[in-house]
Write a protein that binds this ligand. Structure first.
Ligand code: COA
Ligand code: MG
Length: 292
């Protein structure tokens, strides 16, 4: 489950230089947005994109989690990027291509030096072979670090791998990043599905990500939001089962038992922990929908 108080089932990239897309944000059902200054914006568009995002943040929608992806730490743009949003900070700043503990610490320090309060969180992208290999150390840095986002396009490129339907070439990397996030109480978001016309492939990769333990998926087009929201929400069946086993276990505990059979399946305290997580996630999703 996400460690934020928001669900993070769908996280939409919005290029900062696309004003039409930025104007659509408040009408879209994505749980979170990454307003992008990095890969989604060419060098000539960086300055305009920064101004657009700055304006957007002045009257941002409150119901959604809004992040800004700045340019890389070593880039010529990052200082101006960070200075631009101090007045109306986003909920989190996303840094691309984290590869080492030193870089995470440098990003943390840059945010502090620029004047951001601790409530502006840090998201880090894991999208290169060194990033995946060092993710165990990166994820343990603490401080503002709240979420790891896997960048599968860069990763597939750097691995010299291929984008396949069932993603075998990157499953090891994806699983490793989920392990790191869970070991450190971080949220963790899966990479994008590049083909916006491939509904079947999108659903498959959303459900695969949910089965692996991701909190949500990054998406690139409004048409992909619903599939991610559906796959990363507990289903009505999940909720009913969680309620049933919780009630059965509580009754068994009152009788002094530590285990109980529900519909022929063994239920122990660990299953109740998972059931409570599912019910809490269902509750934050319900609260979010009601607040819109
Ligand atoms: N965020 C918000 N709105 C978006 C959007 C996005 N990422 N992508 C498309 N839209 C909007 C369009 O503005 C359009 O609405 P409008 O007619 O009111 O302006 C509507 O959705 C339909 O868009 P469509 O015409 O189908 O797509 P497009 O040609 O405008 O854009 C892409 C297609 C792929 C260029 C665009 O979706 C995009 O830039 N996605 C993000 C890519 C990105 O950030 N990559 C880097 C990280 S992987
Ligand atoms: Mg990238």
């Amino acid at each position: 489950m996400a460690t934020t108080k928001y669900p993070l089932r769908s996280v939409l990239y919005v290029p900062g230089n696309n004003t039409r897309a930025l104007n659509k944000v408040s009408s879209l059902a994505a749980d979170a947005f990454i307003l992008d200054l990095e890969d989604g914006v060419g060098p000539a568009g960086k300055s305009e994109a920064r101004d657009n995002i700055k304006n957007f943040l002045k009257s941002r929608p409150q119901a959604n989690y809004i992040t800004v992806r700045v340019n890389a730490l070593e880039s010529e743009w990052v200082t101006d990027d960070l200075d631009a949003f101090l007045e109306n900070p986003p909920d989190a700043i996303v840094f691309p291509k984290f590869e080492s503990v030193e870089e995470v610490k440098a990003a943390n320090n840059l945010l502090t030096k620029a004047g951001y309060g601790q409530d502006t969180r840090l998201w880090g992208m894991i999208e290169t072979p060194p990033g995946v290999l060092n993710s165990g150390l990166i994820g343990a840095v603490g401080g503002r670090l709240e979420c790891l986002v896997v960048g599968t396009s860069d990763l597939v490129k750097d691995l010299h791998a291929k984008h396949t339907m069932t993603r075998e070439p990157i499953l090891f990397s994806l699983s490793l990043v989920v392990l790191v996030a869970r070991a450190n109480g971080l949220a963790v978001i899966d990479g994008v599905h590049l083909d916006i016309n491939d509904e079947r492939g999108l659903k498959l990769s959303c459900h695969q990500g949910a089965d692996m333990g991701f909190d949500g998926k990054t998406v690139i087009h409004p048409s992909q939001i619903a599939a991610a929201n559906e796959a990363f929400s507990p289903s009505l069946k999940d909720i009913a089962e969680a309620e049933k086993i919780t009630a059965a276990f509580e009754a068994a505990t009152k009788d002094g038992k530590g285990v109980v059979l529900v519909d022929g399946k063994l239920v122990e305290a660990l299953h109740i922990e998972n059931a409570k997580r599912i019910l809490a996630l269902a509750e934050i999703i319900k609260d979010k929908i009601e607040s819109q």
